[in-house]
Design a protein around this ligand. Structure first.
Ligand code: NDP
Length: 495
C-alpha cells in the first residue's frame, strides 16, 4: 500500500469544528447532535459535524431569501457568469484539497475524485456560466383579432423561481452539488445545499471558495445534518423548488412532501437498474472494456451505471471469459493509493445493502466472479459478476447501487425490448453494436431517459439528463434545466 500524504490544509480542515455555511460564513448555529464522519477505507472517525436545528434552517432560508430578493437579484447576468467562472478556477486551484476530502469521506479513488469532483465539476460550472447571458423569453404574435381596432403585443420573461433546496447524495458530493448550485445561481435563484451526512465536508469548503469567487452572502448556503433536516427544508413555505438526487423511496417522499407543502416544484433524479444490450455483431473487447469502466466506476455507486447485461447466447462464453479476465486485473485497496482502481463502498449502510444483495445473488444466480466482502477493515467488497438463471432472477430487477453486474443470455434480438423494459426504472440503457439499423430500432423501443450506443454512464453538460418511470422527473443540463429553475411570466401590452 502506497497512500499519498494528506495536504497540510486537509489536516487543518479536519481539525476545525464543522456545522453549516450561512450568509457567507461558517455558522456553528445551535447544534442538536454531532454526527461522526467516517472514513470508509478504515472505519476511523475523521471529524464530526453538527446537525442543524430548526433555528439554523430558518437562518439559512432567511439568508437565501434575502439574497434572492437583494444582492443576487441585483447582480447582472453577465456578472453571474463571471462569478461561476471564477468559482470554476478556484475549484481547480484548490483541487487536490477537495479531491482528498472527497476520497476520505466517500472512498472514491483519488484519481476519480480528481477527475469528477474537481475537473468535471469545474467544466460543468463553466458550461452553466455560459448560459447566464442566454436565458430569455419569447415574443409572441397575438393570435386573436383585435375587437376595437387596438393593437397589442406579448412577450414572456423567464424569472427565477426563488430559493432552491438541493439535496445532494454521498456518491458525488461536489459534482452533483455543482449541478444544482450552478443551475440555481445562473438562473437567478439562490440555493441551500443539504449534503449527505456521510460526505458533509466538501460543500463547506466549496461555499468558502464561492465567497472568494465573489458570490454575495446568502446566495449559496450549506445545512448539514441527518434525520429531518431535508424534510424541514422541503416543508418551508419560502422554499420554491427542490432538487433531490438519491433513492427511489426517499425521492417519492420528497416529491409528495413538496407537492403538499405549496405545490413546490421538484426535480427528482433517482435510481436505476440500467440495462446494456449486446447485439449479435458486438465487438466483445470494446463492450467489456466499456462496461467495466462504467459499471464498476466508484464501486458501482453511480445512478447511471449498467447493472444488467443481455448477451447473445452464442457470445456468452467469450463475454464471461473477457469480463472475468479484466476483473482479475483490477487493483483493490486504499482509495488514497494512486495505483488503486477499486476502493471501498462509501458507508456502512451501503455496505450492508450490497452484502444483502450478494446473499440473494448466492441463492438465485450463478456467481462468476467475486461475490464476497474482503476480510479487512473498511467497507470493501469484490467486484462481482453474476449469471442470471432466468429473466426473473432478482439480481436483474433490484437496484444494488454496488459493484455487481448480472448477465443474462438471450436467443433472439426481438426479446430485447421486453427484457430491457421489464423494470420499474428508466434512467439509462446502452446498446453495443455497429449495426446501425438494429441499434436505432432498439433505441426507439427502450424506456429510459438516456440511451447510449457503444458507451455507458457518460454525462455531458450539453446533453439533458434524467429519468423516466420510477427513475425520476425533470431534466438537468442542456437547455432543459432552465424550464425547472424559472417561471414563465407572460406580458401583454396594448398600444
Ligand atoms: P436517500 O436517498 O435516503 O437520501 C438521503 C438524503 O435525503 C439525506 O440528505 C436526508 O436528509 C434526505 N431526506 C431523507 N428523507 C427526506 C424527506 N422525507 N424529505 C427531504 N429530505 C429527506 O439516500 P441514502 O444516503 O440513505 O442512500 C440510500 C440509497 O439511495 C443507496 O443505497 C442508493 O441505492 C441510493 N442512492 C442513489 C443515488 C443516486 O445518484 N440516484 C445517490 C446516492 C444514493 P435528512 O436525513 O436530514 O432527512
Amino acid at each position: 500500500m502506497n497512500e499519498l500524504q494528506l495536504l497540510p490544509q486537509v489536516r487543518d480542515f479536519l481539525q476545525q469544528n464543522h456545522a453549516h455555511f450561512i450568509d457567507g460564513q461558517y455558522y456553528m448555529g445551535h447544534p442538536n447532535t454531532s454526527i461522526p464522519v467516517i472514513n470508509p477505507a478504515n472505519e476511523e472517525v475523521i471529524t464530526e459535524i453538527a446537525s442543524a436545528s430548526i433555528a439554523d434552517i430558518e437562518a439559512a432560508i432567511f439568508s437565501a431569501r434575502s439574497a434572492f430578493k437583494g444582492s443576487w437579484a441585483k447582480t447582472s447576468p453577465y456578472q453571474r457568469g463571471v462569478v461561476l467562472n471564477r468559482l470554476a478556477d478556484l475549484i481547480e486551484a484548490n483541487g487536490e484539497e477537495l479531491a482528498q476530502l472527497e476520497t476520505l469521506c466517500s472512498g472514491k479513488t483519488i484519481h476519480l475524485s480528481r477527475l469528477f469532483e474537481v475537473s468535471q465539476s469545474a467544466m460543468f460550472l463553466r458550461y452553466f456560466a455560459g448560459w447566464a447571458t442566454k436565458i430569455n423569453g419569447e415574443t409572441m404574435s397575438p393570435s386573436f383579432p383585435s375587437m376595437a381596432d387596438e393593437k397589442y403585443t406579448a412577450f414572456t420573461r423567464r424569472e427565477p423561481v426563488g430559493v432552491v433546496a438541493g439535496i445532494v447524495p454521498w456518491n458525488s458530493s461536489v459534482m452533483i452539488g455543482v449541478w444544482k448550485i450552478a443551475a440555481a445561481l445562473v438562473t437567478g435563484c439562490t440555493i441551500i445545499i443539504k449534503p449527505s451526512e456521510f460526505t458533509p465536508l466538501t460543500m463547506l469548503r466549496l461555499a468558502q471558495l464561492a465567497v472568494e469567487a465573489g458570490l454575495p452572502p446568502g446566495a449559496f448556503n450549506v445545512l448539514n445534518g441527518a434525520g429531518g433536516v431535508g424534510a424541514e427544508l422541503i416543508n418551508h413555505p419560502q422554499v420554491s423548488k427542490v432538487s433531490f438526487t438519491g433513492s427511489v423511496p426517499t425521492g417519492l417522499k420528497v416529491g409528495q412532501a413538496a407537492m403538499a407543502a405549496s405545490l413546490t416544484r421538484v426535480t427528482l433524479e433517482l435510481g436505476g437498474k440500467n440495462a446494456a444490450a449486446l447485439l449479435p455483431d458486438v465487438n466483445v473487447d470494446a463492450a467489456v472494456e466499456g462496461l467495466i469502466q462504467s459499471g464498476y466506476v466508484h464501486q458501482g455507486q453511480v445512478c447511471a451505471a449498467p447493472e444488467r447485461v443481455y448477451v447473445p447466447r452464442e457470445r456468452l462464453q467469450e463475454v464471461v471469459e473477457k469480463f472475468s479476465a479484466a476483473l482479475e486485473q483490477m487493483t483493490i485497496g486504499s482509495p488514497l493509493d494512486e495505483s488503486v482502481q477499486f476502493g471501498p463502498l462509501a458507508n456502512k449502510p451501503q455496505f450492508d445493502k450490497v452484502m444483502e444483495c450478494l446473499q440473494v445473488a448466492h441463492q438465485e444466480s450463478k456467481v462468476l466472479f467475486g461475490g464476497k466482502a474482503l476480510p479487512q477493515l473498511g467497507y470493501f467488497v469484490e467486484p462481482t459478476l453474476l449469471l442470471a438463471r432466468n429473466s426473473q432472477d432478482r439480481m436483474l430487477h433490484e437496484e444494488t447501487f454496488g459493484p455487481i453486474i448480472t448477465l443474462l443470455a438471450y436467443d433472439d434480438i426481438n426479446e430485447l425490448p421486453a427484457l430491457i423494459n421489464d423494470s420499474p426504472f428508466g434512467l439509462t440503457a446502452s446498446v453495443w453494436s455497429n449495426d446501425l439499423s438494429g441499434a436505432l430500432r432498439l433505441i426507439t423501443e427502450i424506456e429510459a431517459g438516456t440511451v447510449y450506443v457503444n458507451m455507458h454512464t457518460f454525462i455531458d453538460p450539453a446533453v439533458p439528463f434524467g429519468g423516466i418511470k420510477a427513475s425520476g422527473t425533470g431534466r438537468e443540463f442542456g437547455s432543459a434545466f432552465i424550464e425547472d429553475y424559472t417561471e414563465i411570466k407572460s406580458v401583454m401590452i396594448r398600444y
